[in-house]
Design a protein around this ligand. Structure first.
Ligand code: TYM
Length: 331
């Protein structure tokens, strides 16, 4: 069976981008057709200035939202990264295969490092090595497919490179994974700034739809989305990024094609109204399940405990094999 692995980082409240680019497919497609693991990657949340209590709270919330989004622990494995030591163990071995030049070329590092410097003056070493830990997440499980949004495809490419390099040098140990971005909404844009990604760690609230936003808040944010000059509704990601973003969101929510949908509209107002309602309808059941799950925290704890146990069993043999292959003396 195809092995699928993906993760979400608890650095902020989850957004519509996380849902349409990743979570939704995990629940609707991946968990049914593959042997799938979904992980709250809390170690990754420590790569930037962080508040320990907030990371802990966001980790639990992210896990709860994964279940609210429809992940079923009977069908897939849901767990927290730091509960399974194999991720950190393998990450170190992969640091011995990756190069510093490779790390410095990563787009996300080049974006984030200057921002961190501007904010606090220094950049954590773990921000540089972030993609190696992510490669360890993926490779530890013999993953074939990594369902992620477009912003993560470069990281998955690096995982491929590291797998191939390790296998060539030390003998076949890892499966070479590939990214599987969604056909639409692979990069949901900020509603106030449609040339930037809708990111959960950004501060610009009005441009970001959070999964737990009340319907009224969702409507307001979508109705106030920045659109482009011009009147007619056409799907053009370059020339009309604001309108294209709304069409993609609508298409992803309703299951359609953005280009085709554009022909049904002759005003921005009507497009915004339908998009707002489509988002509200998509979030409604998720928010309901989230409320129920919050009332039963011991259920979520149980799922995570069980998930960590299963994940550990799956990762252990391959990480042990990598230890032997690279030349470490068995304990
Ligand atoms: P993270 O937490 O930033 O995002 C989780 C998932 O949501 C997708 N995503 C988006 N998709 C479309 N439009 C957007 N605006 C948008 N914003 C986020 C992301 O592509 C991702 O699929 N490094 C990863 C977490 C990670 C991981 C892994 C993923 C760590 N190890 C191993 C896969 C496999 C991250 O920061 O995702």
């Amino acid at each position: 069976r195809t092995r699928v692995f993906s993760g979400v980082k608890p650095t902020g409240n989850l957004t519509l981008g996380n849902y349409l680019g990743a979570l939704r497919r995990w629940a609707e497609v991946d968990q049914h057709r593959a042997d799938a693991l979904f992980c709250v990657v809390d170690l990754h949340a420590l790569t930037v200035d962080h508040d320990p209590a907030r990371v802990r709270r966001l980790s639990r919330q992210a896990a709860t939202l994964l279940l609210a989004a429809g992940l079923d622990p009977q069908l897939c494995t849901v767990f927290v990264q730091s509960h399974v030591d194999e991720h950190a163990r393998l990450s170190y071995l992969l640091e011995c295969v990756a190069t510093d030049g490779e790390m410095r070329r990563m787009i996300q590092y080049k974006d984030k490092a200057p921002r961190e410097r501007a904010r606090g003056g220094s950049v954590r070493l773990s921000l540089l090595t972030y993609p190696v830990l992510m490669a360890a997440d993926i490779l530890a499980y013999g993953t074939n497919e990594v369902p992620v949004g477009e912003d993560q495809t470069q990281h998955v490419e690096l995982s491929r490179d590291l797998a191939v390099r390790f296998n060539q040098r030390y003998g076949h140990t890892f499966v070479v994974p590939r990214a599987t971005p969604p056909a639409v909404a692979a990069r949901v844009m900020n509603l106030q700034d449609p040339v930037s990604k809708m990111g959960k760690s950004d501060d610009s609230g009005p441009g970001i739809v959070y999964l737990l936003d009340e319907p009224e808040v969702v409507r307001k944010k979508v109705m106030r989305a920045v659109t482009d000059s011009g009147q007619d509704v056409v799907y053009d990601r370059e020339g009309r990024p604001g309108v294209a973003n709304l069409l993609e969101i609508l298409a992803a929510c309703e299951g359609g094609d953005p280009e085709e949908l554009s022909r049904g509209y002759d005003s921005y107002g009507a497009l915004k109204k339908d998009t707002a309602e489509a988002v509200v309808e998509v979030l409604r059941p998720l928010q309901e399940r989230h409320r129920e799950l919050c009332a039963d925290p011991s259920y979520v704890d149980g799922v995570l405990r069980d998930g960590a146990r299963r994940a550990r069993e799956m990762a252990r043999p391959r990480v042990d094999a990598a230890y032997r292959a690279i030349g470490l003396l068995p304990a």
